[in-house]
Design a protein around this ligand. Sequence first.
Ligand SMILES: Nc1ncnc2c1ncn2[C@@H]1O[C@H](COP(=O)(O)OP(=O)(O)OP(=O)(O)O)[C@@H](O)[C@H]1O
Length: 303
Amino acid sequence: MSITVTQLSKVYEEQRAVNDISFSLNKGEVVGFLGPNGAGKSTTMKMITGYLPPSGGNASVCGYDVVTHPMEVRQRIGYLPEANSLYKDMYVREFLSFIAEVHKLGSNKEKRISEVIAMTGLQPESKKKIGQLSKGYQQRVGLAQALIHDPEVLILDEPTSGFDPNQLVDVRDLIRELGKTKTIMLSTHIMQEVEAMCSRVIIINKGNIIADDSLQNLQQGDQQNGYIQVSFGAPLPAEAELLQIPGVTRVKQQDGGTWQLFAANLEDVRKNLLQFALISNRNILSLQSNSQSLESIFRELTK
Ligand SMILES: Nc1ncnc2c1ncn2[C@@H]1O[C@H](COP(=O)(O)OP(=O)(O)OP(=O)(O)O)[C@@H](O)[C@H]1O
């Protein structure tokens, strides 16, 4: 297991920011950690990386407890914090060289610095001081420092914040590429990010985990409770007829021949609807299963 979190809690004075959460990440998984503002994402990530002591429970990385074996954990983990506290007065290479020394890269240092500069697309700006860089390029420096020691596990707290749409594509591609060989946990507010990069989603709300499932299951789970939008040509069917279709629980007329057929299992109802059209000689002009986006699932789960 790359990350194991067991009954982890964090209490800040009166507030329980993280409440007894448990999950684990298998090697090679890319998991989106989703939640509204203040849900406890950064707090959880800080505990996994060993930057914040837990109030209860424990976390381990590649089998090493983050409290009792912090050095082993830091060797294996790359962390991009949300507030990317870079040394703004340092030059990009100078800063990466400093981080490389912290990780004791030795003779391999210069080669590795050049590699991470290339990986994160920093070349055009690599001769500048960090403080002179745009937000997106500073974020790239943050990613480069997280990658310098080639860690097995990456914890990325809102890795795409500060990027313009073009840069966003580059960074998503980089994360997808890294996900082929590393275990990645990334937090974001942007649902499309999860859909673009992750195979699994953990949703946290008010310090509690309210969903932990594969992206596919979360989307399918919703589809099973969705509706089919169907448009009929003349002669139009009556409401009572549509309600007779096995599996349909409710119908709603949109306009004229267009209806929404609600069902618990869309797959079955789709078949039954086609059967109905065939037997009763109805013309189906269009048919569309309504699959909610992860964004609406997220809103549903966190409201
Ligand atoms: N150092 C602190 N002292 C007191 N309360 C804190 C501290 N850090 C975080 N909190 C509180 O803990 C809760 C969880 O914060 P956290 O930063 O983990 O949330 P988040 O999900 O990362 O939010 P965001 O998406 O806005 O970054 C919030 O209510 C926050 O105000």
